[in-house]
Design a protein. Sequence first.
Length: 366
Amino acid sequence: MTDDVRVSCAVMTHPRRAGAARALARALPELAPTVVMDPTPEGPPSTLRTSLAAWSAMPGWATHHLVLQDDAEPRPGLIAALSALVAAHPERPLSLFCEWGSASATMVRWAALGGHGLAECVDQYVPTVGFLLPATAARELVDTVDPRGREDEPDDEALARFLERTGRTALVTVPNLVEHDGDLSLVGNGHRMGVRRSVLLRVAADPAPDTRILRAPALVPFVSWRRARASAACWGTERRRHSGHRGHLRTALSDRGPSHADLVRELDAWLDTEPGRRLEGKLGFGLAHEVWLAATAMAVWAPLPERILAEPVDRARGALATLAPGGLRTVVPEVLTDTEVRDDLSALVLAAFAFGVRSRATGAAH
């Protein structure tokens, strides 16, 4: 870090996962993380209670405080990338991770297409697998949020409400600087939510991050893992706040893009290809339609120039490919284990995205 940026770090954990927390702390010697246990380990596990204890562990010398969950997995170059982003935006809350089935993951995909190193978080929660706050915000959080009587409240939703109440908008790093091992969860999320992997991970070959911020448009499409349907997060573009969801994406896209008849015609043509026939045989038409719809909307509504969308770089293509497994993971377990299904879904997403780009170019998107 630098004289102007001094980041302290805490790893939040429960005695049952203390070993994992200590291993994570050892993996980040530059940050010398403090391992913070659940202050009431005999009670029901509470991410809010434990996270507030971790935020309280910030030392007086820190300008910023980073809290990591004990199942975070640091990526190569985390320290240097985080230092650059914090130095460029010292006042902004930063998430180091977002899961592949969220609306914020679409923001990461768009940012990867445009070369941005940061994107606005647009879900009703903020991803807290790895989260950084300026010191003033961390102190305010600890002073104003009381976990008593709120043990069942997730820390990611409580933190989102705190940020909204105090006029702050969280950003997510692009690519993500930590992965989430997420198959097991003390609070029961692992089974209900399915596997929550990163939308796009930093790799050793990645350059220093661009410090530009991608701001969200009014609608941010994704495939909802709750319903395996094309959906969109609604974003208040003036106050920069999450304002709900659109569950009927077909109507919204027809209003601002290609007609649904044209969309289905293009999908039918793709399903008549070899990968298309394979995929429809395994998933059926309905799921293929929802993924196609979301991927088309992702191109039509992208807050980026068409020339950038027309030829996505490999890293951006990889991020686009996580759209389908992120959204279908709870209803089609094969997306996690069957390479052929994953490859065919990736081909479908890229074909739908290309159709959306063509729709913009020909004026069908308005």
